[in-house]
Design a protein around this ligand. Structure first.
Ligand code: ZN
Length: 248
């Protein structure tokens, strides 16, 4: 079985469609690690598409904020504005759907799926300080997480050495094939579909191949001007529109 892993789509329909187009014929099932909505201009089309496509969807902090399960006062002012706008747009049926999403971790094919971390769905695993405790406590191989919007992840080698997983930023398409080594532990981040923050504006996703026990990371350009135009028309905050082109 090959699983297409999507995370942090953030209402970016053009980025989502570009990922689906590149991944076509490469996967059997779709998994979503949360943050379907927030920031971007197309919350309803994204909820509809992901709901129809994905076998497993866990919730992210923005999904919780947009359906009233989390107080958006915890967010920075720009994220708060985007949350308020999203809440006004999302249909009551889609709000009910967001409220029904399970928190991580969810087990699938021997893998743990989380939005933030296994211990806390809202935690950011950004470096060794957060990654090492997760890797040391790891019961499954690998843990697949999102939330940071950084493609790559972390590993602990069988000899106990900590390493970051780095993808190539040079070419479109496949950026890294990672064979999962027996005895090693992994935290895998597919990157963000709709709002990358690793300095690369292109939409990110990954495919987990269960039989081969490997992860493929991908990157694809998408129609960014179209998304920015929609965001301006919607009156979403200008810094959120600009940051998309810098991948920050
Ligand atoms: Zn996110």
């Amino acid at each position: 079985m090959r699983y297409l892993i999507l995370s942090d789509i953030h209402s970016n329909l053009e980025a989502f469609e570009a990922c689906i187009a590149l991944a076509r014929d490469k996967y059997d099932e779709v998994v979503c690690l949360g943050d379907l909505v927030g920031y971007g201009p197309d919350p309803n089309p994204i909820i509809e598409r992901v709901r129809a496509l994905a076998r497993v969807i866990i919730r992210g902090n923005h999904d919780k904020a947009c359906c009233g399960l989390l107080d958006a006062a915890e967010f920075n002012p720009l994220a708060r504005q985007a949350t308020a706008w999203t809440r006004e747009q999302v249909t009551p049926e889609h709000i009910a759907f967001l409220r029904s999403l399970p928190p991580g971790p969810v087990m699938l094919a021997g893998v743990q799926l989380v939005h933030g971390s296994v211990l806390d769905e809202d935690d950011y695993i950004l470096g060794p300080g957060q990654a090492l405790p997760e890797l040391r406590n790891q019961a499954t191989q690998p843990i697949i997480f999102g939330h940071t919007h950084y493609q790559g992840g972390f590993q602990l080698t069988p000899a106990g050495r900590f390493q970051s997983i780095r993808c190539s930023s040079k070419q479109d398409g496949l950026t890294l094939t990672l064979s999962l080594e027996a005895g090693a532990r992994y935290l895998i981040n597919p990157g963000s579909v709709g709002q990358p923050r690793d300095g690369d504006w292109r939409a990110a996703f990954a495919i987990f191949d269960q039989e081969k026990n490997q992860v493929e990371y991908y990157r694809t350009p998408y129609d960014l001007p179209q998304v920015q135009q929609k965001m301006r028309k919607a009156g979403l905050p200008e810094p959120l529109i600009c940051r998309l082109e810098f991948g920050r």
